[in-house]
Design a protein around this ligand. Sequence first.
Ligand code: THU
Length: 134
Amino acid sequence: MTLRQSALAVQAHAYAVYSNFKVGAAVQSKSGTIYVGCNVENASYPLGTCAEAGAIAAMVAAGESEIMAVYVVTDDPIPATPCGGCRQRLAEFGASDVVVTMGSSANENEKSMTLAELLPSAFLLQSAGGDDEC
Ligand code: THU
């Protein structure tokens, strides 16, 4: 399965009964394995989790920690970009040149951006104590 097919397949499992905005995410790790996640909402709205967070958790639970490629899909005909929190989550495990492709279940539209483009000047562990100012 391609990254897009994997993201589309897991998007179908999204539990998005409050927002009705289903998201599927697929991350390919260094080993080539594809890990997937979908958003899982909760009646206590802030407790919901994003699709990217689920895919990253699956990857880490499997013992991997390096992301090589990402695909995120929603039903929006205009490909949606990851939220700010998920940009930070992805930057933790992916190099700045890792490509995040955003797609739509409604059409073949795609948009691709690197992690550096999505999250310039990312705060990373090696940034702590560096010369970045808050
Ligand atoms: N959502 C994601 O799963 N990933 C993102 O990057 C953006 C937002 C989810 C959270 C919530 O369940 C729904 O989309 C609407 O915000």
